[in-house]
Design a protein around this ligand. Structure first.
Ligand SMILES: [Zn+2]
Length: 259
């Protein structure tokens, strides 16, 4: 058994009743979250006990993917579990230095050092290695984005097809091999048309590019995420439908998918 529950789906600012990036994964032996952007903790609480998560894993350190980590920190601090346990927090490289800066900003004077370690077991993952959470095995691939960012592939614990989360990426990322054969792809599709940035350094996909990546992978299901409601959610769907013939879903809080 493996389940994806979408916690948000909006691009860089939370939408109407739809937070930013956050995805809950449940398997027989593990319950963990990929990214925890603003507005996602409230949805997470509908589906899982935040105190007993097996991990929070961050793809990159942009605010729309990490901000509710601060809210989770306070929720854990004021609602400790018995016996006390720390929620594993797995950060991308250089994430610990980032966390120190966040703690400096939010902690009471002199208490920054314990701000996150009081509630999280903090470690940086090695993107070149497998990260194991219970029966889930996660691998990583670098994307093209404005800060270092990693796409995440979760092997199906029961031997089925994998799930891939692209995180934030531009079209120049070399992801074809990484996504090949996945059954479900959660792909960012921030754009409806390419920005004026050079192709090589653009940090987001169009819906057409997201659909093309899912088609290349041979995915059965594409979940479009990281979208702006101001641009018209149906327009993302229409554009992707022209380039992907499988099941097409739009990320919204509570969307649940067995994979
Ligand atoms: Zn980003």
């Amino acid at each position: 058994m493996a389940t994806l529950t979408v916690l948000g789906g909006s691009a860089a600012g939370a939408g109407t009743g739809r937070g930013c990036s956050g995805y809950l994964i449940s398997t027989d032996e593990a319950t963990f979250v990929l990214d925890l952007g603003p507005g996602t903790l409230t949805e997470l609480r509908r589906h899982a006990d935040f105190r007993t998560l097996d991990a929070v894993i961050l793809s990159h350190l942009h605010v729309d993917h990490v901000l509710d980590l601060v809210a989770l920190r306070f929720a854990l601090a004021y609602n400790p579990v018995r016996p006390p346990g720390l929620v594993p927090l797995r950060l991308p490289p250089r994430g610990e230095a980032f966390l120190d800066r966040v703690a400096d900003a939010f902690a009471e004077p002199g208490k920054a050092g314990a701000f996150f370690p009081d509630v999280f077991d903090i470690d940086e993952y090695d993107p070149a290695s497998v990260l194991t959470i219970g029966d889930a095995r996660l691998t990583f691939a670098p994307t093209v984005h404005y800060v270092p960012c990693w796409a995440i592939r979760i092997a199906h614990p029961g031997g089925g097809r994998a799930l891939v989360y692209t995180a934030d990426t531009g079209p120049a990322a070399d992801l074809a091999g990484f996504v090949a054969g996945c059954g479900v792809m959660v792909a960012e599709s921030t754009l409806l048309e390419p920005s004026e940035e050079p192709f090589s350094s653009r940090g987001h996909l169009t819906a057409e590019e997201a659909a093309g990546l899912a088609r290349t992978a041979g995915a059965e299901t594409l979940v479009l995420t990281h979208t702006w409601e101001e641009r018209g959610v149906d327009r993302y769907r229409e554009q992707a439908e022209e380039h992907f013939g499988g099941q097409l879903l739009l990320a919204e809080p509570g969307l649940t998918l067995e994979w």
